[in-house]
Ligand binder design. Structure first.
Ligand SMILES: [Zn+2]
Length: 208
């Protein structure tokens, strides 16, 4: 009888340790620029794969990826790897192509919603809880992301850069959207190709 209760206690304490370890990194956040109260964290040096399915030279997909990589790396002190066309197991994946080509991948179900890009994750439901004032913020550990940028929906050169940078922001953990239309993380077509301090701060506080 006594033995049984010791075993039970051990199991309870292991469960309690697991629950605590997932919340120890709770932070008081100083900035919030999103319309939802979730945020993600990928890792400090994500590997990056890209597939340019639309080979047209007027689709500046790789240039856009490099701009996003450079600006987000500088904003978050991350080291997103050089885009590789062969590392298909990279944690961050970018696909650029026509709506039909992106549809053929089978994983982007929102490709018909009128947007120019999309990002999907595999992630943890709740890996940490933070607070922005009294607002509870749920952090999700992102295990992998896939982003798509469409080449045949009438995007200008700068629209394509913006869309790619925007999807990279989602891939790195920017959930929801900014209401400020001068932000890259604003939802909708724009020619903004420079990250603003408000959107950098929003995500960098999770990467610090
Ligand atoms: Zn978005």
């Amino acid at each position: 009888m006594k033995k049984k209760s010791i075993v039970r206690f051990l199991i309870v304490s292991i469960a309690a340790t697991l629950a605590l370890s997932s919340t120890v990194s709770a932070k008081n956040l100083s900035y919030w620029s999103s319309n939802c109260y979730d945020i993600g964290y990928m890792n400090k040096s994500p590997s990056l794969y890209y597939k340019k399915m639309d080979s047209s030279s007027s689709f500046p997909f790789l240039t856009a990826i490099q701009q996003g990589r450079s600006q987000w790396n500088s904003a978050l002190s991350t080291s997103i790897s050089n885009p590789s066309a062969t590392n298909t197991s990279a944690i961050m994946q970018f696909y650029g192509g026509t709506k039909q080509q992106i549809k053929s991948l089978g994983c982007f179900v929102y490709v018909d919603d009128g947007g120019a890009g999309a990002t999907i994750y595999t992630s943890e439901n709740e890996s940490a809880i933070h607070y922005y004032g009294n607002q509870r913020i749920i952090e999700h550990k992102i295990w992998g992301s896939k982003s798509a940028v469409l080449s045949d929906v009438g995007l200008s050169y700068n629209n394509c850069i913006k869309t790619t940078m925007h999807e990279m922001g989602h891939a790195l953990g920017w959930y929801g959207h900014a209401s400020n239309s001068s932000f890259v993380m604003y939802q909708g077509r724009s020619s903004v190709t420079t990250l603003k301090s408000g959107e950098k701060n929003h995500l960098s506080q999770i990467y610090r």
